[in-house]
Design a protein around this ligand. Sequence first.
Ligand code: SAH
Length: 340
Amino acid sequence: MNIYSYTKKDLENYFENIGEKKFKALQIYDWLYKKKVTSFKNMTNIKKEVIQKLNEDFKIEKPEIVKIQNGKDVHKFLFNMQDGEKIEAVLMKHDYGNSLCVSTQVGCNMGCAFCESGRLKKRRNLTVDEMVTQILLVEENLNIRISHVVLMGIGEPFDNYDNVIKFIDIINDDNGIGIGARHITVSTCGIVPKIREFSKEKRQVNLAISLHAPNDELRNRLMKINKAYPLKEVIEAVKDYLKLNNRKVTFEYIMLKDVNDAEKCAIELSKLLKGLNCYVNLIPYNETSHIEFKKSDNNKIMEFYDILKKNNINVTVRREFGSEVEAACGQLRSNYEEEK
Ligand code: SAH
């Protein structure tokens, strides 16, 4: 087992099982995540027999960085996993802190028409340690502290649910990486049963829903998942989430030229979301060479924004990041795979 897959609770159980005090878990966390030690033998307050046992039971391993692309305020990383699979993570420097966009799967099966990640089908889920180490490697490489994490890289987080929850536990742990729950955002294309399960976890983590269309007819065309879980069910699940969690939900809405950016879409969207404790994040589409969708014109985005505002929907426009570094979700990996 890779030790970066273990929550503090898992480690406490481990130590109890081998007849050791469970506070050792805290010491190990301190070595791994605060002092950033990468070998058990350097954990100097742990006795020899325990170190030997740890060496037998665990490895401390991180993937390797294959490629980094640097842009203004954005750094894009391509990692090579143990089995040779590649995934990516994107660091964005905001005025409020450093935010890392983390991948959760190798490829994606959701098949959204506009998305680059989904062009390469899912090959497997990422393990917990493969998600945790994306953060450690980027912090180490850029010599920065990451304050925010968004699960918006390659993959559908709710299609790798159990690992994602463990990952959140580890990075949120004060003795671990210590990223505040309110600084962590999980984004889903709308897998309703998992939204419901997540609601019951009652974590302070932010939930974002990729909506991208205000009606089923259009959403079916853009997002295959809508055929399994149509809008009405998604909205119902969000309503129930809001009842159980005192948090605003974010709806992501990519602005696709002449597809979903018409005035009537904005009006329809306002009606759909009326009265919900939410806000809409309008995302200027990141164009990619393989997919024919185009980004809406800026004035169109602003018109859309104004209509939502007028209808009392909280709305923001996402700052554009990294188009100069192939930052469209999944682009670095898919281009790399194709060049090989
Ligand atoms: N599978 C999850 C999380 C990963 S995608 C989800 O669907 O939410 C993160 C966000 O980026 C989603 O809203 C997704 O629809 C959006 N996205 C995908 N391709 C994009 C592109 N080329 N430009 C802008 N946003 C994109």
